[in-house]
Structure formats: structure tokens, C-alpha cells
Design a protein around this ligand. Structure first.
Ligand code: FE
Length: 205
């Protein structure tokens, strides 16, 4: 990815150093405490992350009625499941699911900035916020998907969904072939964040 979007080699170390400096400054100024950043990170590691999205998608795969409800009213359908408190907050109230199907592939982006369905996918990867990715994905989604290793055949329509403060999209990928005998929990393990963003598909293990 780094060569694709031309990031500096030491991007991770560079950003980590900037974050540490910024955190230290905010603590010094009394704006946050020395626990604040850890608390937020812990929240997105344990409560709000792609593990929630994987549960939702796996349920949609095994229950077509749930899938229909999920597409019709995403927050309402998600509320049926036993997921952490707060799914309706942290932008969860604006979530909408779109389903891949034979002949239709969906891709989510945010052309303006980085809008993303935090409760089901966690925090967005850095490339999602990259200006090059954002503009190219809108202009030439097939070329970008091919660079992600996902060439889409001409017969398949590619739909690009632009997230905003009002709507935060995520993709229900297609259930992989050959997974008929898997349990719902085993299916969850096949659902990646990338598949729920539409830059990959779900694959049988
Ligand atoms: Fe945004």
C-alpha cells in the first residue's frame, strides 16, 4: 500500500512520534488525562470494531429475513442482535448496509473526509482517508479495486457509496461458496473489514 499511495517509508514511526508529541501536549495543557487515549483505543479494540460487523454479516448470511430487515432499516436490525451497548451511538445511528449480489459489487468511500461506520467497522484504515484513494475510487473504482487485487468483470456493476455525516455505509459481502456446513460463528471468521468496505470479497477459509 505504501508504494501505491506514495507514503514515506517511516510513515508509521513518524506518525507515532507525532501522536506521542500531541498527546503529551494535550495532557500538559490539561485537555486530556494520561488515560484518555488508552481509553479510546481500548474502546475501539474491544467494543466497537469489525468483530461487530462480522456478526451482523454472518447473521445476514444465515437468515435471509434478517438480511432484508438489515438493508431496509440498518440500525433497527442491528438492535435485534446481542451487541455491545452504544451500537446506536458513535455514528451508528447513521449506518446503512448495502448487499453485494450476483452482478452487483458495492464499494464504500468518503470523498469528503473519512466518514465510516465506527460501531461495525471500528476506526478507518489510513488509506481510507487518503485524498488519492478518495478521488480515484470515485472516478475509477474498477481500476482501484484491481489494484487491491479485486478485478471486477465487466458484467458486474460497481456501485460506489459515498459516506457522509448523514449516512455511513457498509457492505454485506456475498457468502462464499462451499460454506453451507459452517456455523454462524465459523462464518463470522470469514468476514473481513476489507470485505465490508468492498475492497475485497469474503472467501472460504
Ligand atoms: Fe467523511
Amino acid at each position: 500500500m505504501s508504494e501505491r499511495f506514495k507514503y514515506r517509508e517511516d510513515r508509521e514511526a513518524h506518525n507515532a512520534a507525532r501522536v506521542r508529541a500531541l498527546e503529551a501536549l494535550l495532557i500538559k495543557k490539561g485537555i486530556i488525562t494520561d488515560r484518555t487515549v488508552d481509553t479510546v483505543l481500548e474502546y475501539f479494540e474491544t467494543k466497537m470494531g469489525p468483530f461487530n460487523g462480522a456478526k451482523i454479516v454472518a447473521r445476514a448470511w444465515v437468515d435471509p429475513d434478517f438480511k432484508r430487515r438489515l438493508i431496509e432499516d440498518t440500525p433497527k436490525a442491528i438492535a435485534e442482535l446481542d451487541l455491545p451497548d452504544g451500537m446506536a451511538g458513535a455514528e451508528g445511528e447513521h449506518m446503512r448496509a448495502v448487499a453485494n449480489a450476483p452482478g452487483i459489487h458495492n464499494l464504500i468511500i468518503c470523498t469528503l473526509c473519512s466518514c465510516y461506520p465506527w460501531p461495525v467497522l471500528g476506526l478507518p484504515p489510513y488509506w481510507y482517508k487518503d485524498p488519492t484513494f478518495r478521488s480515484r475510487a470515485a472516478r475509477e473504482p474498477r481500476a482501484v479495486l484491481a489494484e487491491f487485487g479485486l478485478p471486477i468483470s465487466e458484467e458486474v456493476e460497481v456501485k460506489v457509496w459515498d459516506s457522509s455525516a448523514q449516512i455511513r455505509w457498509f457492505v454485506v459481502p456475498e457468502r462464499p461458496a462451499g460454506t453451507e456446513s459452517l456455523s454462524e460463528m465459523e462464518l463470522e471468521a470469514l468476514v473481513t473489514p476489507e470485505a465490508m468496505m468492498g475492497v475485497a470479497v469474503a472467501k472460504a477459509a
